[in-house]
Design a protein around this ligand. Sequence first.
Ligand code: KE4
Length: 431
Amino acid sequence: MSGKTKNSVELYSRALDVIPGGVNSPVRAFRSVGGDPLFIKSGAGARLTDEDGNSYIDYCMSWGPLILGHADPDVVEAVRNTALLGTSFGAPNRMEVEIAEMVSERVPSIEKVRFVNSGTEAVMSAVRLARGYTGRDRIIKFDGCYHGHADYLLVAAGSGLATLGAPDSAGVTKNNASDTIVLPFNDPQRLEDALKKEQGMVAAIILEPVPCNYGLILPEKGYLEEARRLCDRFEVLLIFDEVITGFRLAPGGAQAYYNVLPDITTLGKIIGGGLPVGAYGAGADIMSRVAPEGAVYQAGTLSGNPLAMAAGIAALRKLDSLKAWQILRERSEKFRSYLEPVISKYEGRLLFTRLESIFTFTFTGKGRISSLEDVKEADMKLFAEFHREMLKRGVYLSPSGFEVGFLSTAHGDDDLAKTASAVEESLREIM
Ligand code: KE4
């Protein structure tokens, strides 16, 4: 760890001249953790190397897609071999069928699926489909959940908006957001009251079954089941945004993990193996409304492109062959066992929350995070100091206290042990 960042600094200054904020996605700008973003040259397994040759154990993992680690050899080979045959045809390709079959076999509520190019596109399409299917306009989202940057969902959102301290976005017209109702997560009574009050006007509720964009908020026991029951009672569609949890918590995502089936599911990240992919799926009846079969229009030049499909197929196949979720559970348990003795010294000041291979460090006196308020009270300044100290010690955490960390099958015991030591030294430094 030379700690030198000369090349990153130079690249950032050039980037600022030609890219807003010097980044192609706001949360990468290190705004809430301070300092300038590092420019990454390469990744391999659990490690990143920046333009100055500094190497880091990475837990941002490109915000979730890289469940197999960086530059997984099987994924890279699939992309290389496919590229030699062409990168996009704008016509159907066998791999679109193969990956659609894989998704439909694994995700319990999905019979048919449409591939798009990002999680945002998947969610936009899912909401339009819900509105088209029900003929209703209103949608209910939950405070702190982030569903990409479609106008009407940039309301009380998490992720980069929370990081920048602006839960809503400029440029979203009042009209556009007027059909979006925001409720607190983990509060079934508020959901029932809203569905009663808005009876007959709500097309769907959309939620991250496990919110991962405002820290890691675990669903209270029975909450997801109650949301399902309320949607059935008020004949409202339930959309699970599984862009993060899909293929992460279990082969069938959160809906399999918690055994609660939504009407529509959105996917992204992992299913693209690191290439731009999103998807939305549902039962055949609902998906029959999507053009060209039905009247809900959605399209995309590069949707289902061979490269992204090949990467996704290679990733999903490898997850199955590795029985990756068992490995990830063991890694997560090992990580906790390494961290326990360190973090227990700071009980009442630091909380380590994890769910399978997702985790967060939250500087709070609370023993559990179950609402947005709990996260709002956390000390994000201390997180910023922690992030900086960890970087100095060669550990790259997601550059925001509102984001989560991810383990991959490429994180070995040595990486986890080294990380626990870096946590211990960093905490000693800042606490
Ligand atoms: P994308 O359009 O960024 O592919 O996906 C949007 C999205 C939708 N739904 C959920 C649950 C998501 O978490 C996301 C995107 N996640 C953030 C990080 N938590 C992306 C990082 C970024 O914005 O750069």
